[in-house]
Ligand binder design. Structure first.
Ligand code: GLU
Length: 554
């Protein structure tokens, strides 16, 4: 170009008086221990937190934690089309529900913490424009007045020809060589313009970079004169990424693999701005097996309710379960670590980006359920009680009222077969609790006396009548069980299951059948946690009434 770039910079950015050097001073290198990594999660405020977002944020937070670094949350709200009102709260609440705690960044609507802010892109216009002004001064950026129509003509022509690269570059980049006078004239006429990067990339050159997850990657150099600032002065993602990650002193850009193809652009921008190129790690997509055709595909916001983090909150999966499950997907050595550290907080796991697999990770609700059952089984009764109450308060008010009417009763109920060396593993999410313990509440108990085939109605009646004779609600488990055993022989059953298996013809059934009949009468279920504890909690009146009701019906 044959004009004074400083003059152009002043023409385009008369209001910008600060310099990049001042920004460098304002946002200095962080003083962190050797090897500490600074990571960020940078969502757009779409009001929707995808499970892939939680997955990514977990990687950011764990990477920072494992290296004594810093993780922060930046809101990328430069794309007004994608934004919804208060989309930030949905993201922040989503993270809070799962215990994702960033060290810095946006903490709420118009709230943030940390010295490298503002952490919301729409509040950083001056920073972007300061960097842009310097690029113009260095001859590395220029205004482009091409209209949408002109750009689509370029696109059509490129599509018609056999160009391998599409975009604004080389002979297509008409505004690259405008004279100062032409630019000045256009601006006087009030023509809208974008600011473009003046790329010096060459079509036959390649760039190399090391992706921490994927290893060495080689790609053609960027030759496109990418838009840096849109006509309203708002940056594109590419330019904002370079400015923000530089001045927030991010060391490791961890983001979705869909951004790999943009890396050449980003490296070119970092270099043009005089910024150190950060390290990149592109994470794999979260996939699932399609229920209909069995193929592996991306979790879709449209088709899969479990793509939304809010789904897990609504279903009442404890935050610990989802995090635990995501960790098994993130690092294959997590399960070994867990075995060696059964009581540790999951966030203490020494996560290693290098151990992440580059191929898509499969999100499987069935596995999540299993993991969750394990996690819930080792929680203490108070924790479980509080979680259920909190969940029900938000999602099932009627159950909340039942559940919290007698807190001591409900607390003891959830403690059946819990806080023991071999806890029962059957609750995965709080929304299951009402159905699981329905028989504990008169409001939900439905009698069901569907006898096993080998027990006749007469036998069942005899068992129940006999049981009422010996039943004493004060009996502890061993006495309770010995009474049931003692009932066996007079009724034609055997207390010895092995004996029954050896010689089934000799008996009507075994001790298990006797307790099944009692269980069915008291709970309407063939399977429950410890029956003696259930009966103690229900109390004599309820137990006797339920048994008598069944006897009457037989
Ligand atoms: N705002 C970008 C997105 O939502 C973030 C990409 C990045 O992490 O750099 O896709």
């Amino acid at each position: 170009m044959n004009y004074d770039c400083n003059k152009l910079a002043d023409l385009l950015f008369p209001h910008i008086t600060g310099t990049v050097a001042e920004l460098e001073e304002k946002y200095p290198e962080r003083s962190l221990p050797e090897g500490a990594r600074v990571t960020r999660f940078a969502p757009s405020p779409t009001g929707y937190l995808h499970i892939g977002g939680l997955f990514g944020a977990l990687v950011d937070v764990l990477t920072a934690k494992a290296t004594k670094g810093v993780s922060y949350l930046r809101i990328e709200d430069t794309d007004k089309k994608r934004e919804i009102d208060d989309g930030v709260s949905a993201i922040i609440n989503g993270f809070a529900s799962f215990g994702i705690d960033f060290d810095e960044g946006v903490t709420g609507f118009n709230e943030e913490k940390g010295a490298y802010g503002p952490y919301t892109q729409s509040q950083r216009a001056e920073i972007y424009q300061t960097v842009a002004k310097e690029l113009v001064q260095k001859g590395l950026a220029y205004p482009c007045f091409c209209t949408a129509e002109e750009l689509s003509v370029i696109r059509e022509e490129q599509e018609k020809g056999d160009a391998l690269i599409w975009g604004y570059f080389g002979k297509w980049a008409k505004c690259r060589d405008l004279s100062f006078e032409e630019i000045e004239e256009n601006i006087k006429l009030g023509k809208p313009y974008v600011l473009r990067f003046r790329s010096d990339g060459q079509e036959d050159k390649r760039i190399f970079f090391d992706d921490i997850i994927r290893g060495k990657i080689e790609m053609p150099e960027n030759i496109i004169d990418e838009v840096l600032l849109k006509s309203d002065g708002i940056p594109t993602y590419h330019f904002a990424h370079a400015c923000d990650d530089h001045f927030m002193r991010t060391t490791h850009i961890i983001r979705g693999e869909e951004w790999i193809s943009s890396v050449p652009k980003h490296i070119a921008l970092f270099k043009a701005c005089g910024f150190k190129v950060p390290k990149y790690a592109h994470t794999p997509q979260v996939m699932k097996i399609d229920e209909e055709d069995g193929t592996k595909r991306k979790l879709s916001k449209r088709k899969d309710p479990e793509a939304a983090v809010s789904y897990f909150v609504e279903q009442g999966f404890p935050k610990e379960s989802l995090i635990e499950y995501l960790l098994t997907l993130l690092n294959s050595n997590f399960e070994d670590w867990r075995r060696a550290n059964p009581k540790e907080d999951a966030f203490a796991f020494p996560f290693n980006l290098k151990k992440m697999s580059p191929s898509g990770c499969l999100f499987d609700l069935v596995k999540l359920n299993d993991v969750s059952k394990n996690v819930v089984s080792v929680m203490d009764a108070d924790t479980v009680y509080n979680y259920i109450a909190l969940w029900a308060k938000n999602y099932d008010e009627e159950f909340y009222n039942e559940f919290t009417k007698d807190p001591e009763f409900s607390r003891n109920m959830v403690n059946i077969d819990r806080e023991s060396p071999k806890p029962r593993k059957d609750i995965a999410k709080w929304s299951e609790v009402k159905e699981y313990f329905a028989y504990m509440f008169d409001a939900y108990f439905t009698p069901d006396f569907d006898l096993p085939e080998n027990i006749s109605k007469e036998d069942a009646k005899a068992i129940l009548e006999k049981y009422l004779e010996v039943y004493d609600e004060a009996d502890e488990k061993d006495v309770w069980f010995s009474k049931i055993k003692d009932m066996c022989e007079p009724l034609g059953f055997t207390p010895n299951v092995k004996e029954f298996k050896k010689n089934p013809e000799a008996f009507k059934g075994h001790v298990g059948d006797i307790s099944t009949v009692i269980r069915l009468a008291v709970t309407g279920r063939k399977n429950t946690p410890d029956l003696c504890s259930i009966m103690k909690l229900l109390g004599k009146d309820k137990v006797t009434a339920r048994i008598n009701e069944i006897i009457k019906s037989l």
